[in-house]
Design a protein around this ligand. Structure first.
Ligand SMILES: Cc1cc2nc3c(=O)[nH]c(=O)nc-3n(C[C@H](O)[C@H](O)[C@H](O)COP(=O)(O)OP(=O)(O)OC[C@H]3O[C@@H](n4cnc5c(N)ncnc54)[C@H](O)[C@@H]3O)c2cc1C
Length: 516
């Protein structure tokens, strides 16, 4: 029945510092709190330093941690992200593109918009008809005005950020304002209790560091959960083939070049290229399958993309990162919970990794077991939630590949092979031939991707239902038309009222945002 008084987080990347911040901020506001939080990071192993795209959840996370949006934007070279734009994923043609915006379609829960779209407006891209956000992105608009308070939105948004600066920003806040104890040392071993729980960590310089709960944020090496406990790794390479990335930082042509309001993801012969606009530079990288292409060929495609999109001709060699796509069989074992890359990683196609960190840290905060006896129950629930979430991330990412009409390489052909498609996704695709994705397909309280996201990708990729949807009402098209008009009116209003991303970032740098 021993109490949980000391939490030891190992790892000082985004996962470690976000978890420390989320736990410490809550602990400080709790009456009679006795919880101590220490974060241990190695001086020899740096954080991965990539991961520039986030989800709108980050606004709540940062606000709960107690940092201001102004400081965050200034110190992390952050900009606003309103979704993703996918280019050449379907046909490879120059004009082949679709949006996955962050706002739900107008009137989404009220009527069957898909029926109305197909009946009367089938020539308009689905996202352009049901949402104002793709139009804001197309014009490089910010998701709020200079007078909109911190973290508040006119249009739902997340951020693009510099991962290295983000870690340092969180570290400073956690140490100076939240009382997190910071130990810079390398963990060289693990001491266990008789029951197998971790008692303490052996360090190079600071002796043994004891704790009641250990959070493994050690990145891909998964020091505690993977290496010490040997929790098996559930590889997903047979579903999502990408396992290598080449990353670069690309300068803008000039200081006032527009900052893109969305992540631009352009499909290549054997993978895809991300393009993320920060205030001072772009982050560009090629993610690809090493089984389908060589590093040289991938680098050549990356360099030619950079040149085509206005970058310099003579870029240095990119940084290469390799990963094994997949996740652990479980994430919480005995008194050890893995958060971040130590729990798993799948290609960054929808930037879900940091979002899973936020969800993990929030569940740990909200469900913090008071005693060791309660811990196994919480651990079971945690494992159930996150196994479900990883499975849904995989389904959703795979959806981006299975509807392609590209046949220019084995990569795209292999992606469409039935045996590479998870059963549940296959089943849903069958159902969606007759009815649109809905809340009946995704009914958990905190789904990682709502049914609206599936609609955006499905119809963006050219998927069309067969015949009239089964749930159709006779007045669906009329009702939907009302919402399409609403979306169009909002588009005009917002285009006129919102500054550009670049202008708003400039304003924040000079004057800051008003407090809530
Ligand atoms: C190519 C690529 C692109 C990505 N893009 C995105 C994206 O757009 N959006 C997104 O959400 N995510 C993205 N990610 C994932 C994102 O980078 C990570 O999820 C995030 O940075 C968290 O990493 P981490 O903290 O788990 O691990 P790391 O940053 O690797 O940190 C590991 C920490 O563990 C410490 N450590 C290791 N061993 C020891 C030891 N023995 N003793 C003490 N300390 C130790 C290290 O010192 C380090 O501080 C991307 C990942 C890759 C590979």
């Amino acid at each position: 029945m021993s109490e949980i008084n000391h939490i030891v987080i190992v790892g000082g990347g985004s996962a470690g510092w976000l978890t420390a911040g989320v736990l410490a901020a809550e602990h400080r506001t709790r009456a009679g709190a006795t919880l101590r939080i220490s974060l241990l990071e190695s001086p020899n192993v740096g954080p991965i330093g990539v991961g520039e795209g986030t989800w709108p959840t980050m606004r709540d996370t940062l606000s709960s941690v107690g940092v201001t949006e102004t400081d965050f934007i200034r110190e992390c070279d952050a900009s606003f992200k309103q979704g993703s734009k996918f280019q050449q994923w379907v046909t490879q043609r120059e004009d082949d593109c679709y949006f996955h915006p962050f706002v739900l379609p107008q009137g989404y829960t009220e009527t069957n918009l898909v029926a109305g779209w197909l009946e009367r407006h089938a020539d308009v891209p689905f996202a352009d008809l049901v949402s104002f956000q793709p139009h804001l992105c197309a014009q490089g608009k910010a998701p709020k005005q200079a007078a909109t308070p911190e973290y508040a939105a006119v249009a739902n948004y997340a951020y693009h950020l510099d991962a290295g600066k983000f870690g340092l920003f969180l570290r400073k806040h956690c140490i100076e304002n939240l009382g997190v104890q910071h130990v810079v040392d390398h963990v060289v071993g693990v001491n266990t209790h008789d029951n197998g729980d971790i008692a303490s960590l052996k360090t190079g310089q600071n002796g043994d560091i004891a704790g009641d709960l250990f959070v493994d944020c050690t990145g891909m090496q998964s020091l505690l959960l993977g290496q010490h406990y040997g929790v098996p790794f559930n590889s997903q390479k047979h579903v999502l083939f990408n396992d290598t990335a080449l990353a670069m930082q690309v300068p803008y042509q000039n200081d006032d070049s527009p900052i893109a309001s969305q992540t631009i993801s352009t499909a290549q012969r054997n993978g895809w290229i991300w393009d993320i606009g920060l205030p001072t530079r772009r982050g560009v990288g090629h993610v690809y399958s090493s089984a389908h292409t060589s590093d040289d060929a991938a680098q050549h495609e990356l360099h030619s993309y950079i040149e085509r999109t206005g970058g310099p001709k003579d870029m240095p060699s990119p940084r290469k990162l390799t990963f094994n796509p997949g996740y652990r069989d479980k994430f919480w074992h005995r008194n050890c919970v893995a958060i971040g890359l130590s729990a798993g990683f799948i290609e960054p196609l929808e930037a879900s990794a940091i979002a899973l960190v936020e969800l993990s840290a929030a569940m740990l905060r909200d469900q913090m077991p008071a005693t060791r006896a309660a811990m196994d129950i919480v651990a079971r629930r945690f494992n159930d939630s996150f196994t479900y979430r990883w499975e849904r991330v995989i389904d959703f990412l795979k959806l981006h590949y299975v509807l392609t009409k590209r046949t220019d390489s084995d990569f795209w052909r292999d992606n469409c092979r039935a045996e590479s498609i998870p059963d549940r996704l296959q089943e849903q695709l069958l159902l969606w031939r007759h009815q649109p994705p809905s809340r009946y397909d995704f009914h958990r309280v905190e789904e990682v991707f709502p049914s609206a996201s599936y609609q955006y990708v499905l119809y963006g990729m050219g998927f069309r239902p067969e015949g009239p949807p089964v749930s159709r009402r006779t007045d669906d098209a009329d009702r939907a038309d009302g919402y399409f008009r609403e979306a169009a009116a909002l588009t005009s209003k917002m285009l006129a009222a919102l500054p550009t991303n670049r202008a708003l970032i400039g304003h924040i740098k000079r004057h800051g945002l008003s407090k809530i």
